[in-house]
Every structure is written in structure tokens, then in C-alpha cells.
Design a protein around this ligand. Sequence first.
Ligand code: PLP
Length: 294
Amino acid sequence: MTGRFAFMIDPVDIEEQRSDYADTFTQVDAAAPALSVGELSTQRGDGVFESIGVVDGHAQEVVPHLERLAHSARLCDLPAPNLAQWHQAIDEAAAQLGSGESVIKLILSRGVEHGPTPTAWVTAAPAPDFSAVRENGVRVVTLDRGYDLGAAERAPWLLLGAKTLSYAVNMAALREAHRRGADDAIFLSSDGFVLEAPTASLILRFGDRFVTPAPNGGILHGTTQLSMYEHLAAQGFETAYDRIPAADLPRADAAWLVSSVRLAAAITAIDGVSLPVDPSLTADLNRYLLSPRD
Ligand code: PLP
């Protein structure tokens, strides 16, 4: 099957910690109505999610995605997801996807207003064709994210570091980038440090050292960045997490936005100033990211 479909997870099973969940998903047509109008995910964006890349029926990096789902749920005071149950739902969805690239999304919401349980579902659909952007790269602009690097620790209710469903700000940043003639954006903290893109992590290269903003600064810890670091370290490169001043951006020898479905997109210009691009390393990174990864 290559069309869109979804599994609704049986509400009575979401909070149980059993290990066998054979009959707890109901497959539904993703084009048909499935959510109640009282859903807090749709009314308030009150929930968390994950997007998993699938290549030829192989769901990539499932465990790191499930670990981040659990981390996001903890930050949002949502029930701990039963990882065995989600793993099984992912396996069932991946088994039905055909060849080529697809995306599986996991959604855990606070549920229906005044309702007793959260709502959870898994969707599966073909991925957009990102081959051109992997080949040609992206022009980015820097945008102020409006908080400083200490905000995540000082104000945990801002949920920085959780992958919540509230992506309206991220989408607005992408529209602003397009208005400024760019393809994507890099968020900066109000105290002048580099954060992440609206839907991707940022990796910079300085000589043989690769560096990414430390995830304790209120950003997501990207599963693609983690996986790419393993690949780079295996080739003898140095990899690091750091505070990166915005002033360092134009000094980079190369830079990429990396994420689970688009994979590695080389940054070709920042705020209208060209950045060096390494097409053969970018192609190698995307070959690696398209290979089966666990
Ligand atoms: N940062 C943000 C804000 C994202 O939305 C994403 C992915 O959606 C990422 C980083 C990259 O995460 P991953 O590599 O796990 O897809």
C-alpha cells in the first residue's frame, strides 16, 4: 500500500504498560474524519509528535524517535508512552508502505476536553520528493527566536526542547524566510547564539571539526544529527556540541540543515552571503542517511 493511512490507538490501552498490543490499533482511512471536535491537539496544539523517515519500508532510527517522544511527553506532563506499543504500531505501518520514501508520524495528544484519556494515533504517507533540495541546497536567513539560551532552564513551562504540536511559530518563520527570498531559516537566541531551523537541526563544519548547537539551549535534540555524528566520527572527524555565536556562521567551511525526512540540505547562503558547499560530502551524507539505520 502506498497511499495515506492511519492507526488510531485504542484509548483504553494508551496508559497501560503491557508488552503485547496485538489488537489495540484500528486502521482508518487518513482522508476520513477520525478525531473528535473536542480534541485538545486541534484546539490548543496540546500534544507531542514525531516524524520518522521510512526508506523502502524500513523505519529509520525508531528508538531515538521513541525516546524523544517519551522526553517530550515528560516535559508536557503527558502519560509516559508505552514504547513497545508504539514500536509495534510503527512496524505495522512500515510493513504496509511500499518502496521509496515515506513518513510515519506519531501523535500523542492530551485528548478530548474533559475526557478521561489522551488520544494517540500513527499516520503513514508517501514523503515529498526532496531530491532537488538535497542536490541544490537551501538559502537561509537568520531570524530572532525571542528568547535567550537560559530560557529553557529558567522557564520550563515554555516547553523548549519538547517536540510539541504547536508549530505555528515554526511555520510563520518559514513564511518570513520565503518573504525574504530564502528557502529556510536559522533561529538565533536573543543573546546572539545559533539555535536550529524551524524543522531541522543545524550542523556546521570548521576544518575537520563538526559542531552543532547544544540541545540544552532550548532546542530539539535531532535524531538525524545524532545519526550523522556517528557516521562522521566513524570516518575520523571530530564532532561537538557547543554554544555557537551567530558571528561564527559566515566563517563555516560548510553547513547543513538536517532532519528525518528531508535529510541533509547544504546551506548555500546565509542572509544573502554565499557559504562554501561540499557537494561530494553532501551526497555521501545523504547516501548514508538513506541506508537502513537503527
Ligand atoms: N528541530 C526542529 C524544530 C524540528 O522540527 C526537527 C524535525 O522535525 C529537527 C530539529 C530535526 O529533528 P530530526 O532529525 O529528529 O528529524
